[in-house]
Design a protein around this ligand. Sequence first.
Ligand code: UT7
Length: 325
Amino acid sequence: MTILRSVVVGGGSALPSRCVSNATLAETVDTSDDWIVQRTGIRQRYLCGPGETTSVLGARAARAALDDAGLTPNDIDLVICATSTPDHTFPSTATQIQAALGIHQGFAFDLQAVCAGFVYAVATADKFLTSGSARRALVVGAETFSRILDWEDRTTCVLFGDGAGAIVLEAQDGQGTIADRGVLASSLRSDGRHRDKLYVDGGPGSTGTTGHLRMSGKEVFRFAVGSVTDVILDAFNATGTTADDLDWFVPHQANRRIIEASADKLGIARDKVVLTVDRHGNTSAASIPLALDVARKDGRIKHGDLVMIEAIGGGFTWGAALIRW
Ligand code: UT7
């Protein structure tokens, strides 16, 4: 019996033109390269300039993914953009990407689950594709967090960067086994009791302003290491796989210490962990597709590899997806 699977057929990414090292940041923020590297593993980040909006970066990443897949705009009937930093309150960034690429059929929407947004978007696209509601989806994670940072708050402004990444998912026939290519399992969670640990202190329905990011770093850290492994275990259990079966672990890139502690806890060997937080900083929903693109282009992630993606973000929201590449 065949079943539909959502198979990755292309990927792409986009970064702003300005790269800012820790040392450069330390010229205007009371911080140091040593502190940032020791606490987070971040060495540099890309920050957007005039004209580099979330939809502009998202469209660049989406176009690259389409080219990589050898497809045209006519082939796409679903666009999901995971973002918490849309160009405008509405219309959605996804419709702006749709227009920029010349995609005139199908449907497009934004998905907001902060840093877990890309995992949520992959799981959502998978539902549309495997139910037959869409045939090919562009799944984009795009963010310009530099525009919601309080640059006077050194405890947060050194952590984030801007960027975008995208993949194309295509509905293809599979055999219903874990040897199939495609999304094999996903698990999503949220718990709004933690909503005030990582949030933005403004919005269209409250202050009428954009607001700034606020974070209780230690509490986020503790939760990220202590609790989010449940969704990964869900994905392992649903497929009968274990950490030993993984080829690559591509977690949300917020902090090297969180990533390594999570991998150790799950028994995932350190050499299977894709780390890009050093070069991108925390790019929220863009961090996983950016990391996937790096590991795909440098030859690490290949067809047939088993890849676990995982993220936690404000809300809290968290999730994981197991993908046969
Ligand atoms: O995407 C998901 C959301 N984000 C995360 O996953 C982030 C989770 N949290 C973290 O990564 C860590 O908690 C941080 C990197 C944010 C902070 O690391 P920490 O080890 O928890 O440091 P801390 O907040 O306990 O601060 C330690 C010291 C403090 O000084 P005192 O009070 O010990 O004298 C801070 O004032 O470091 C000081 N500090 C800084 N020093 C230099 C805080 N920020 C900075 C800075 N530069 N940028």
